[in-house]
Design a protein around this ligand. Sequence first.
Ligand code: AMP
Ligand code: ZN
Ligand code: ZN
Length: 330
Amino acid sequence: MNTRVKCKKCEKIAVVRVPYAKLNLCSEHYEEFFERKMLKTIERYRLLRGVEKVLVALSGGKDSLVLLRVLSKYKSVLGVEITGVHIDLGLGEYSEESRRVVLESCRDLGLECYIISLKELLDYTLLELLEKTKRPPCSLCGLLKRYILNTAAIEWNFNAVATGHHLDDILVYRLREMLIGQRESEVLKLAPITRGVQGLYATRIRPLYEVYEWEIKVYSELCKIKHLEKTCPFKYRDEISASIAEMLNKIENKAPGFKIALARRLAKTSLRETPLQQATPCQYCNMPSSSGICALCKLTLKTHGKPMGLILREKLRNIKVNYTENSTAS
Ligand code: AMP
Ligand code: ZN
Ligand code: ZN
């Protein structure tokens, strides 16, 4: 950033350039710009229509903690209650640090938070389950997180689960699936909002749908948002995703704002579809399934020799908010 360029809104020196909006902004006005953008996304896609209680899924990384801070700051304007939830996957030091930063952030914001320990729910950590199943880490972790977050929201009577998925991740994921994927209906779920089905699916909202990863990074630095710098030990980007990201970045550089326009176009297709309505309740636990047995019950029939869905639901029901390190899930 040229050190003599002034902020578009005041006399201060600008510290951020927002190319697609042709704006140079000082720290204070960037903060305002970022928050407004998120609020406008909430309005544009009616993410909070009819919603009173939002469960914010917190990984400990900057995306979800930035999301938490903005939702918390505007909760009275938005007319919602905000509560955090973190799943401790049992990945050693990485999970311990994630859990600590999530608890601290919620405490600093005066918000309640649930901590769910995978080990307490299923008797095994993610590492132990990976060993048992030999499944790819991201697919197993995704399955567990989806089931647990959805079931928790249903059991605790939340109207919506908010996640920190942002523009760059969503576009790469969706284009990858369009080009070589086989799970089109899964991908359609990565819309700004996936409306729930009473008692089966909690509504999922993604308020960072139109927000670039770099915008989150700058906001988190300027607002000094505490978060975990480390990324998940299993995180990797395959070559195809990396090529898609590179191509999108090249177009974005030539035509600033291109990614937002593309995301809006994709939102139109995904909002028209309603893949969730086709789900049928699992015969063991009553949670959603495509074939009569849900993914978690299928998995645990193999790992535990019995379907664990119902037991897991019961344990979730008993978890207390405002978790302290001494309490247990039973
Ligand atoms: P990821 O799939 O790791 O990129 O995460 C996407 C979003 O899922 C994050 O922004 C969070 O909202 C949520 N999430 C990821 N990991 C966790 C976790 N361990 N506990 C709760 N929510 C999570
Ligand atoms: Zn300014
Ligand atoms: Zn089940």
